[in-house]
Design a protein. Structure first.
Length: 383
């Protein structure tokens, strides 16, 4: 991807227009929630590697004064035809730094149109923006022919809109009526290869502080994107560590799961991080407890305090978590007498499954302790 440098500052209008759709004098803009509210400062241009039918392959990146990518946009210029009468679609499509659809605007005096070149109404612009914001739209798998199956398409790649033949009924839910192909074209540009260009460019600018700004986004998908771009991308600073721990909460499993997975084996070399993670274990429900135990298997060495506290909690856990903790101890070759004595207490548990798991662990552990040996002998006699 070749960078085209633009040295002049760019008076970008993104921040004032972020949330609400509106029409200013002669210009139409519809924007959604940004990933970050830092002020845009400069603009860079990149040669996109997009493989779509749009002639203009320049992807513009908007940066904050800190050098963080704030948003991207691409100038779309393509023909859309109505009953073989074509007009040029001129629209600028925007993405957030995480690749999420951000919005669109049209050059001054331009408008989107439908059958017989009728301009969109405000409600139709809002609907278009809502449709473009749906990454799971069935438009992803539909072909042009399925939009209006009775329309004969031109031979040389010109695009038509579903006018002569009604748009297929099962498609109307996913398009602006009378502008099926316009909707289809814009949606596929938003979620096509340009979106991958956006994320690749953003990944080149990642830093702990930049990740922190994205984690403050009110949008869940932005948060998930940021959590997925910590491990293997940026070092875990104290501020980022605290932010991750804050996401490990029963209130949102998806965020908590991603935050737990963001800790790498190298991070778990720190006893302080292991201990902080264990405090979350005590405050979590079953599903998160299971994930946290699994995460400790990645630690190069299990912290002594964490090991002790896990062992002391065994009698209060359910059978599956007990099994998970014992697997954790096996992974870290825990064979000290103090831990094994706590495991041996499970031999008298009324749940036979738990008692069996405890015996299997002790039987496979090379520990020499008279008390434990007596307890194991008593368990076998009971059988």
């Amino acid at each position: 991807m070749r960078v085209l440098k633009i040295n002049t500052l760019f008076a970008f209008v993104l921040v004032p227009l972020l949330i609400l759709a509106y029409t200013s004098v002669g210009q139409i803009r519809y924007f959604r929630t940004p990933a970050s509210t830092l002020k845009p400062d400069t603009k860079l241009a990149f040669m996109a590697v997009s493989e779509d039918s749009i002639a203009n392959d320049t992807l513009f990146q908007i940066r904050s004064k800190e050098g963080y990518p704030m948003a991207y946009f691409r100038k779309i210029r393509t023909s859309v035809c109505f009953d073989n009468k074509c007009r040029l679609l001129k629209v600028n499509l925007y993405w957030t730094s995480t690749g999420r659809y951000l919005g669109f605007d049209l050059p001054k005096g331009e408008f989107l149109s439908k059958a017989e070149h009728k301009p969109f109404t405000p409600a139709e612009y809002e609907r278009m923006s809502d449709l473009l914001a749906d990454p799971l739209s069935p438009l992803a798998t539909l072909s042009y022919a399925e939009l209006a199956p009775h329309v004969k398409l031109p031979d040389k790649g010109n695009e038509v809109d579903g006018v002569s033949s009604a748009t297929a009924k099962n498609v109307l839910e996913y398009v602006v009526e009378g502008a099926a192909y316009t909707t289809y074209k814009m949606w596929h540009v938003v979620y096509g290869s340009t979106q991958a260009d956006v994320t690749r460019l953003t990944e080149k600018s990642l830093s702990p502080d930049f990740i922190l700004t994205i984690l403050e986004s009110p949008d869940l998908t932005d948060k998930i994107w940021a959590l997925n771009h910590i491990r293997g991308f940026v070092p875990l600073t104290p501020a980022l560590q605290n932010s991750l721990l804050g996401f490990i909460s029963p209130t949102d499993y998806n965020l908590a799961e991603r935050a737990i997975q963001a800790f790498g084996a190298g991070d778990l070399q720190s006893n302080a991080i292991q201990q902080a993670l264990f405090t979350k274990f005590n405050k979590s429900g079953y599903a998160l407890k299971k994930l946290i135990v699994g995460k400790f298997k990645e630690a190069p060495v299990l912290d002594e305090q964490v090991k002790k506290t896990f062992a002391e909690s065994l009698t209060s856990l359910n059978s599956e978590l007990i099994s998970n903790v014992l697997d954790l101890f096996r992974k870290h070759k825990v064979t000290d007498a103090d831990t094994c004595r706590l495991v041996a207490q499970l031999l008298t548990n009324r749940n036979e499954l738990i008692a069996q798991k405890a015996f299997a662990y002790l039987n496979a552990t090379p520990v020499r302790d008279t008390l434990i040996e007596m307890q194991m002998k008593a368990y076998k006699l009971k059988k």
